[in-house]
Ligand binder design. Structure first.
Ligand code: ZN
Length: 272
């Protein structure tokens, strides 16, 4: 028994030594891509789920008239309307294009430099874990299984995901359990397509959102209740990483962002 413990302890020490000496380099920009990513978008297991929601369709009906003029209205709602949100062919093409963009960009040194340069805050997950997770993603041999849930909402939100650690770095590799769940706003994708974006450009615009939501499902957080500025413009890892992916790590993230916000090439990503 004692011998077993000694052997186990030695083994444990050996394993710890090996894993720590393999080293985590100090900066994102120095993280070497160990091998070209073999992630293939066509090998992603897509789960499309049609969502049926009841939506109240309301109208104002006059409740009180005075001198032939309505002075009080009441809302009359009909809750029998069903809205079905389902990915169509174009949505699927845009999402796949976004995934391709992420795959092509995430290992690039320009993207890692961009993240390294602009990240100021970590929330929920430590700095080391954030770096390990990113490196594991870069070197992943496959994507986690991703469930994509469609919804329709006429807002600036491109997508959302719960904060859950469904995938993580494990011995330098991407470990994951169950499925990652990301909700995407089909109305927002339609807007991009209808605004004259080609599929590729719409995909690029969506890529930051998908990467952001993916990181949320890996447990990376930013405060949700604070102001937009505090959440999205003060350098939280999850926000910066999404932006740097979307802008291909181009030059200065702030410049790129400023351009897009001023009506330039790309809209700001939805980041909830
Ligand atoms: Zn978010």
């Amino acid at each position: 028994m004692k011998k077993t413990i000694v052997i186990l302890a030695t083994l444990f020490m050996l394993i710890t030594t090996v894993s720590t000496s393999s080293g985590f380099l100090p900066n994102f920009r120095n993280l070497k891509r160990l091998k070209p990513p073999s992630i293939k978008v066509d090998k992603i297991i897509w789960d499309y789920k049609n969502k049926t929601t009841k939506q109240n369709k309301c109208r104002d009906k006059c409740a009180e008239k005075w001198l032939g003029k309505c002075v009080r209205y009441k809302k009359v709602c009909n809750n029998r309307t069903k809205i079905i949100a389902a990915f169509n062919k174009n949505h699927k093409r845009v999402v796949k294009s976004a995934m391709s963009h992420i795959q092509n960009q995430m290992g690039r040194s320009a993207v890692r430099s961009c993240i390294d340069k602009h990240v100021k805050r970590y929330k929920g997950i430590s700095k080391k874990q954030a770096r390990d997770d990113l490196n594991a993603l870069i070197n992943a041999s496959r994507w986690p299984r991703i469930n994509l849930h469609p919804f329709n909402e006429n807002t600036n939100t491109n997508g959302w995901a719960y904060l859950e650690r469904k995938a993580w770095e494990k011995n330098g590799k991407l470990g994951w359990k169950n499925r990652i769940n990301i909700n995407l706003n089909l109305t927002a994708i339609d807007k991009k397509i209808n605004n004259g974006y080609g599929i590729t450009k719409a995909g690029k615009a969506l890529s930051g959102t998908i990467f952001h939501e993916l990181l949320h499902q890996m447990g990376h957080s930013h405060p949700d209740t604070d102001s937009y500025k505090k959440n999205y413009e003060s350098g939280y890892f999850v926000v910066v990483a999404g932006d740097c992916i979307m802008y291909s790590g181009a030059g200065d993230r702030n410049t790129a962002k400023g351009l897009s916000l001023a009506g330039g090439q790309l809209p700001p990503p939805g980041r909830d």
